[in-house]
Design a protein around this ligand. Structure first.
Ligand code: PMP
Length: 442
């Protein structure tokens, strides 16, 4: 079609100046071909020549209030016209109090912009608080695009320091030499005994344990019953700062994040994405007063030109206002709608005899092209990831966007018409994916 040629040409034009033609990249074995969108409303987005998509991508989960949400947009416009470029505005108290009200660990809060940056600041604070250097992280959890925390694997159970390895999708050239090995231990998640063994041997040198309380980046894997509680008590025993990276789950899994759902309060929480509704970037560190006090006392530096910018602060306030209204009815609604999508996808896959599971919390669930739900992030092997990507691309061709790699993110406007749109197109996508996968594995 003529429009496809135009789209390709536009992509080429962008690519001349933008490496790869994309704003971000991981070291993955497939080609990226971005869609250039022109407009969006509620759960739908339209590309440059008017092709319509159902947006379950939701900007990696950030976009929770729906595209073109009037209340949200009006709040941003109001502050934009009134006071844009100042370091503190008259919405600070309201935004901070809203987070404090709903996030149990948020005795005090600092704002930043990106998840990557706020995680690094949380680690700095934990190091200062404990006087220790190393932190513990977990296979296939993601905490941002920084040298010290992305990718690698560990092989020695006695000394599980992560190292670069060939074929790592989160591996990169140009990483500071030794930074992975020097700064962290990397172990399997959802295995309390393994953490206990590690802390028995090395607990005294560990400043922080950082994890996604639901491992969304590793495939939307729920913590085993009691796991988070056990981690909490181990951190207490060894004087370690427990950091929940709730950059996805915060204000998405429920209004108080995973920590409210599971009743386990970390020492520090990192937030980003949905906390500001999806239109503008805001990140936050929320934590115990005793620890956050290090910032008050200026023992720890935390800086950023745009921290607490009015547009972001207004977005946080508007988002929490919208999401908290009517005792969080928006969450019940999103859960129900996402549940319908999950069920539809399962049913269609079954009818097509296509191995598929949908797992994880409704608001940040994921499908996987395999027989059985993943229980540990290490089970999310590249074989499944590749099939997931093939289905993702097939869904996209059929007018359904899901997040990389296979996450399904509802927003508060996801309607029954959207569910129908999904129902009408998912079958074709599955048949296309099945054919491609059969070819690949023939
Ligand atoms: N932590 C988690 C759990 C994330 O999902 C992400 C983003 N995918 C990050 C940190 C990094 O956030 P950002 O992309 O805003 O730097």
């Amino acid at each position: 079609a003529a429009s496809d040629v135009y789209k390709r040409q536009y992509h080429e034009r962008v690519k001349k100046l933008l490496p790869g033609g994309v704003h971000y990249n991981f070291n993955l074995p497939w080609e990226e071909s971005p869609i250039h969108y022109q407009r969006a409303k509620d759960s739908r987005v339209w590309d440059m020549d008017g092709k319509e998509y159902l947006d379950l991508y939701a900007r990696f989960g950030a976009m929770i209030v729906g595209h073109g949400n009037k209340e949200y947009n009006d709040s941003l416009k109001e502050v934009m016209d009134r006071v844009l470029s100042v370091s503190h505005c008259d919405l600070d108290a309201e935004a901070l109090e809203a987070i404090h009200q709903y996030v149990p660990s948020a005795e005090m809060i600092r704002f930043g912009l990106s998840g990557t940056e706020i995680v690094q600041n949380a680690i700095r604070i934990a190091r200062a608080y404990t006087g220790r250097n190393r932190f513990v992280r977990f296979n296939n959890h993601y905490h941002g695009n920084a040298d010290n925390i992305m990718g690698g694997h560990s092989t020695d159970p006695e000394n599980p320091v992560p190292m670069d390895y060939r074929g790592d999708t989160k591996g990169t050239e140009g990483r500071a030499v030794g930074i992975l090995e020097d700064q962290s231990y990397l172990i399997e998640w959802n295995d309390a005994e393994l953490l206990e063994e590690l802390l028995k041997a090395h607990g005294e040198e560990i400043a922080a344990v950082i994890m996604e309380p639901v491992c969304v980046n590793g495939g939307s894997i729920m913590p085993k019953p009691g796991y988070l509680q056990k981690v909490r008590s181990l951190c207490d025993t060894y004087g370690i700062v427990l950091i929940f990276d709730e950059i996805i789950t915060g204000f998405r899994m429920g209004i108080g994040g995973a920590q409210t759902v599971f009743g386990v309060t970390p020492d520090l929480t990192t937030l980003a994405k949905a906390i500001a509704g999806g239109g503008v970037p805001v990140a936050a560190i929320a934590g115990k007063k005793e620890i956050m006090q290090l910032l008050t006392e200026k023992r720890v530096i935390h800086a950023g030109t745009f921290n607490g910018y009015p547009l972001g602060t207004a977005a946080v306030k508007a988002t929490i206002d919208i999401l908290s209204r009517d005792h969080g009815a928006a969450y019940e609604y999103m859960k129900a709608q996402a549940g319908k999508i999950h069920e539809t996808l399962r049913k269609i896959a079954q009818a097509e005899k296509f191995p598929l599971v949908v797992q994880g919390p409704e608001l940040c669930g994921a499908y996987h092209c395999c027989e059985k739900e993943l229980e540990k992030p290490s089970e999310y092997i590249s074989d499944i990831q590749i099939k997931d990507v093939i289905l993702n691309a097939a869904l996209q061709r059929n007018g359904i966007l899901v997040s990389s790699i296979s996450r399904i993110y509802p927003n508060i406007t996801l309607s029954d018409q959207d569910v129908e749109w999904f129902e009408e197109r998912a079958g074709a996508a599955i048949r296309e994916a099945k054919e491609l996968i059969d070819e690949l594995y023939a």
